[in-house]
Design a binder for this molecule. Sequence first.
Ligand SMILES: [Mg+2]
Length: 299
Amino acid sequence: MQILLAEDSKYYRTIMSTILEEWGYKVVVAENGIQALERIEQVNSPQLIILDWVMPEMNGLEVCRRIRASLERQYRYIILLTNMTGQENIISGLEAGADDYVAKPFNEIELKYRLKIGRRIIELENKLMHMAMTDTLTGLLNRRAFFERLEGEVQRCQRFDLPLSIMMLDIDNFKSVNDTYGHQVGDIVLQKVSSEINRVVRKYDFVGRYGGEELIVCLPGVDASLAAEIAERLRKSVEKLTIYLDNEDKKKINVTASFGYTIADKNTDMSNIDRQVFKADEGVYIAKKQGKNRVCRVE
Ligand SMILES: [Mg+2]
């Protein structure tokens, strides 16, 4: 696990880095509070943080407050390192948002176990976060997580003046699959189609479960002709998918899906994402009406 060590004293930085590395941590160091915040803003930055209280530029307490005030989703476990162990000081440290504190000069064994607690909390937080964002049946993003991510993506595309396509698909005759084979088979079909869609989209795209047997895909930077190509590729991949219902090859089914998509670009009012989603959904509706297993764009 990565750990951020923010400490202005070279002496402490050196001995602590050495110990932490011995314990198997990958240490990222910062020499003051400003640097600590910069390290945290980077992608894949440490979730476990040791913050010295007294540092130049910005002290540990202020770093702590800023981390807690930011809207990031990932949890950061913060241990304040301090020689200010009076009760009032401890309280102001905890008030600033620290999870724990360790007094200087520190006891190695104590630090080791306090870090262990931090790791446990981070792992639990990450697990909860994953559960809160994932659709249990398909493993795709759930509706809420999809829309949160979509919002960020829309802003990013606007900033860089990129188009964005929203695509939806609905498995054809899903009700008759359920009626004929039972809901368990229906679930398997939904799982297989979901992982196929997830496999075929590009790595920048993301897929969510919109509801029932309907999936939604965000394709950043995709214009109309590319969207048409990708939609067709997805449609074919579902059509080709053979779903085996037992270990022998006897019981197998094939399904198809109907697709709708729309393109948002600089001429679109991107502030209204729901409108774009509605258009993609309308595309699915038209594709169904026209005979299913096809793709329809709504402008
Ligand atoms: Mg210091």
